[in-house]
Design a protein around this ligand. Structure first.
Ligand code: PLP
Length: 426
């Protein structure tokens, strides 16, 4: 396929005319499509409905250690839930605290506690002149919203196909003790679907931060969210790697079952070293008497063990895979070789990330909207909502039906082509 850059002005004008006609046809249909929401479809939620059956008024709600889940107690989560989550994130149950229904909530709490009370005895961040976080970009907008909320300065670090640019990360954390953390989505990242390479994880574990209260915020939200049975990405386990490297306290690992069972009604957890857990529990025991043990038990009784969860994730994959493949195939046939942008081919997670020519993302999103397709706002995957190149667009294939998604993806392709031609002709 010839790229637009190789075409003459006349050829481009001709192509533009054709695309405009196609675009108008879509506009006249008055469509209402949405590729912005990174949440499971109804069909996916339906596969977890068995969760509603495992507990009822006749069921014994006693845990394996004899705890009555209906009553107060057990600050850090019931043992069988720790074992399940431990297997899910490849961590020792001893290193886990189970919280409530949201990992984002744990991350918020973790930053909030560091602001008000410091990290393992260090000066509370609120008493420091400056606190900074590294933000691999593009990344998850809600991470950036947390650090922005607390007035923490965010520094962009480019994502490479292997994860964050570690030359930059190593240099910055070593020379600036105001840098207290880094946001990471290490597996099937949001939004690019990138899994950090072995070398990247090893370099993370061997960081030499100037700040002793520097922590890696390792948000393993998509750890078991593979699209394929065999062709899967593998991620080195960070807690044990940090321990091996002599940095056992440098990482907090977050996870939840939000996109495994029910978003908003799942089970979330943190995994960290014994020192970190002790520090966290000092706050936790003031904050709550204990989280929702009934929900923890419900999850354990439904999944039984990690094998049950793995089988369950295959059902999600069966629903998600055709959606991802449809979009990626369409991009291959319509956009590859055209010189109008790049994208990764994720093997898991929830997103596809399209990178337009510089200065085109906002216009593509706006054009798509005028043809009835809602996309995540351009700029959202960047701190302060500012994409310096205005080129990243996050596509969320999970929620719409395959039919709607196909229509939306075709409209998106037309918008990308049109905006790219306009840019090249300008
Ligand atoms: N972390 C990442 C990277 C996400 O993409 C999401 C949801 O989209 C979350 C966390 C939210 O997780 P939770 O529902 O556990 O708060």
């Amino acid at each position: 396929m010839r790229s637009y850059q190789e075409m003459t002005k006349e050829e481009l004008l001709q192509e533009k005319e054709q695309l405009e006609a196609e675009y108008k046809k879509y506009q006249l249909r008055g469509l209402k499509l949405d590729m912005s929401r990174g949440k499971p479809s109804k069909e996916q939620l339906d596969i977890s409905m068995g969760m509603m059956d495992v507990l009822n008024s006749h069921v014994d709600l006693t845990c394996e250690d004899g705890t009555d889940c209906r009553n107060y107690g057990v600050l850090d989560g019931i043992q069988e839930a720790k074992v399940l989550i431990g297997d899910m994130i490849e961590c020792n149950p001893e290193n886990i605290i189970i919280y409530g229904n949201s990992s984002l909530n744990i991350m918020y709490d973790t930053v909030a506690r560091s602001m008000t009370h410091g990290v393992m005895g260090s000066t509370p961040w609120c008493k420091l002149d400056k606190v900074k976080f590294l933000c691999p970009v593009p990344g998850y907008d809600r991470h950036f919203a947390i650090t922005e909320h607390f007035g923490i300065e965010m520094i962009n670090v480019p994502m490479l196909s292997t994860g964050p640019d570690m030359d930059i990360v190593e240099k910055l954390v070593a020379e600036d003790d105001a840098i207290k953390g880094i946001w990471c989505v290490p597996k099937y990242s949001n939004p690019q679907g990138i899994t950090y390479s072995d070398e990247t994880v090893r370099r993370f574990a061997r960081l030499k931060p100037a700040a002793k209260d520097f922590r890696i915020y390792w948000d393993n939200a998509y750890g078991v969210h593979h699209l394929y049975d065999i062709d899967q990405d593998h991620l080195i386990e960070i807690l044990s790697e940090c321990k091996r490297a002599g940095n056992p306290d440098m990482v907090y690992k977050f996870c939840s079952t939000s996109k495994i069972s029910f978003p908003g009604s799942g089970v979330a957890a943190i995994a960290a070293s014994a020192n970190n857990l002790e520090d966290i529990k000092k706050q936790l025991k003031v904050q709550t008497i204990g989280y929702d043990k009934v929900n923890q038990l419900r999850h354990v009784r439904f999944f039984k063990d990690i094998h049950g969860m793995t089988e369950h994730m295959k059902k999600h994959a069966e629903i998600l895979r055709p959606k991802f493949e449809m979009i990626l195939n369409l991009f291959d046939t319509e956009l590859a070789g055209r010189g109008v942008g790049d994208w990764f081919k994720p093997k898991g997670g929830y997103f596809i990330c399209y990178e337009t020519l510089e200065g085109c993302a906002k216009e593509v999103v706006s054009k798509a909207k005028k043809a009835g397709v809602v996309m995540t706002p351009a700029g959202a995957p960047f701190p302060y909502g500012k994409d310096p190149k205005d080129s990243v667009i996050r596509i969320a294939p999970s929620y719409p039906s395959l039919e709607d998604l196909e229509l939306a993806a075709n409209i998106f392709v037309v918008c990308v082509k049109l905006v790219s031609i306009e840019k090249l002709l300008a």
